[in-house]
Design a protein around this ligand. Sequence first.
Ligand SMILES: *Cc1c(COP(=O)(O)O)cnc(C)c1O
Length: 358
Amino acid sequence: MALTATYHEGGEDTYGRDSNATWTAFEEVLGGLEGGEALAFASGMAAISAVVESVPIGGGVVVAADAYQGTRLLLQDLAGRGRLTLRTVDVADTDATLAGCAEVAGAGDHRGGPGEFGAGGLLWVESPTNPLLTVADLAALSAGAHELGLSVAADNTLATPILQRPLELGVDVVVHSVTKLLSGHSDVVMGAAVSRDPAITATLTRRRSLTGAIPGPFETLLALRGVRTLAVRIERSQATAAELANRLSVRKGVAGVRYPGLAHHLGHERARRQMRGFGTMLAFELEGGVSAADAVCHGTRLITAGTSLGGVESLMERRGRYPAEHHLPASLLRLSVGLEHVEDLWADLDGAMTSAGF
Ligand SMILES: *Cc1c(COP(=O)(O)O)cnc(C)c1O
């Protein structure tokens, strides 16, 4: 681990805000997995901000209505101050999303010149979305947005490159909250951006240096260690998530289950085409509304009530408790499935539902 802020003069490295050998080691692993060149950032939001900054003043951004709340809050804040023009769309609906792109295409002050990343606007996709697990058609959206002159960024946090490689589907930049599945142990906040275009990588590298949005070497080392087990963690958590989704689907008191692996899930066929698995996240609604959902969420003992996802321990949360998530079904519980035994998890969930009167 390179624990240093400074370097001897004359070498490739000059200062700790510009380069670090531990970042490079992590970036090589993630770049290899996504099929591009990766850059480590201080957090997922730092990576997202760096990408969004590519849009010219007044430029158009089209975002999924159910994208991660931090992304939406950032974009709303920027739009509110006139920094950009925002359109919110249902990314499951390809035609509606591209109609939104057409509305904002070419908006803003074109200082960067056509062809430069973000200059004609930006389509921000997330697939599957957090927490509704909406699946967007990444190839069709990328092709359509590019035709309209927009660049395309995809948040691949929930799928990870083990299950989905957006750059191969035409996306220009992939971003990650490394905090989640990539590091996998809920002990680090970190982010990353990945691209195949050297011009984009150069711009984002420069922006990372100038804004100081850099991860610490300790955090990067933890992420590097976590990513070594990514594939096996996903394999186990995904198998458990599928089983829990199936059991919840027929459990008394459950009003609906969202999991891309379920045949009735709206994005099931699309996920089957574009992903190598259906992931480790599921969401479900309870009959009995908010109070029942809160009772179940706080009635489990093995599953921890808390925010975040993608760690070795299972976490559950009623997302509707946040003002920015009031568009969600109020009783929707998001479950991030960890590495515990499926029968222990089921006994915990089933027991909490029984205690809540279901
Ligand atoms: C958590 C999360 C983020 C934000 O990442 P941080 O590391 O918390 O800054 C972005 N996108 C998705 C899908 C997330 O789940």
